[in-house]
Design a binder for this molecule. Sequence first.
Ligand code: NZQ
Ligand code: ZN
Length: 386
Amino acid sequence: MLNFEFKNPTKIIFGKGEIKKVSKEIPTGAKVLVLYGAGSIKANGVYDQVMEALKGFEVLEFSGIPANPEYEVLMQALKVIKDEKVTYMLAVGGGSVIDGVKFLSAAALYDGDQPWDILTQNIRTEKGLPFASVLTLPATGSEMNSGAVITRKETQEKLAMGGPGLFPEFSILDPEVIKSIPKRQLVNGVTDAFTHVLEQYMTYPAGAHLQDRFAESILQTLIEVGPKVIENPGDYEAAANFMWSCTMALNGLIQKGVPTDWAVHAMGHELTALFGIDHARTLAIIAPSHYRYNFEAKKEKLAQYGQRVWGITSGSIDDIANAAIARTEDFFHSMEINTALSEYTDDYEGTAQKISKRFTERGWLGLGEHKTLSPSDVEKIVEMSY
Ligand code: NZQ
Ligand code: ZN
């Protein structure tokens, strides 16, 4: 097991009817900006619950943060924060709204000229404007981690940022919010969380037995409850297990003491930036090719996953590892997720070269757990995903 430090300061308040506790967690006298997306929270009653809980606070609102939170829109919110001297932000939404609020948390206290530099220059945020979240879509784990991914349409970029100052102070996870989530987003949530676990697990054996079993148990739980929740989002037991699995998949715990990969996400983000494909679907496009391309380096963990998660017992290590990749693809297909880029766009020719060129320009010359995946490897993997 590798050395590690672990601190996650986000308080989780989990369960049915818990949104009302917002009032107890926000400091008295705070001037609160509530931020949300296109308005699903108004249709499903979450907005009313939040506003009821915020009675007694001075409250402002900012709506319209789009999926794949857009820099230009966030800059409008930043103006409100500065003009109105907001002291606390409450993100009510999925990963996009929470990530957008993380960017704002950093940008509000940033003293450089261009907040976009936080993303392009990898500026870690040690201290941000305080914020919390009410999660409406389990998927990203953003509610309990300190990372964010921001999109800029103008330049077709999608870049990550983070830092210890960007953990939500608290997050409320009420599984009843899942009832109103459209099937497409539920499927995305299962796929994103599943791939988060794979990114922190599908590397090489590191003698971290407990982390491996945490990871495997999250995968098994998602395989068990994912189809149930997609079939019936009102199934509270399935919804609760789905929600907690998504949070646990990316709150930092399972990556401690083990090598991590994250190349699937790096390539996937480019597909969203270039084609607007949903984040989770970009992962399903890239992951199978990534595991096939890096088969020799990853086959021991692939086989362990095949045995323990999918119950594949017969054959050699190579056979089981290959079958495990196929089962993963079948799982995505069973949720009606396409795994070839050409099924999403006709305009895919040249994508691999474009992505590899971007990585070279950014100096991303060695990705993956061994930091050896070069832009030319990336080109081949993306090409295999057409
Ligand atoms: O705009 P609203 O009205 O909120 O509607 C949203 C949106 O259209 C809707 N929705 C959310 N909760 C709902 C609901 N509809 C009905 N009922 C509800 N309860 O779902 C749509 C998608 O929402 P979005 O927040 O975009 O989805 P998700 O949570 O999958 O977030 C995706 C974003 O997170 C980033 C992705 O790159 C992408 O930009 N990620 C963030 C990570 C992190 N911070 O750690 C890690 C991930 O790997 C990922 O990169
Ligand atoms: Zn993801």
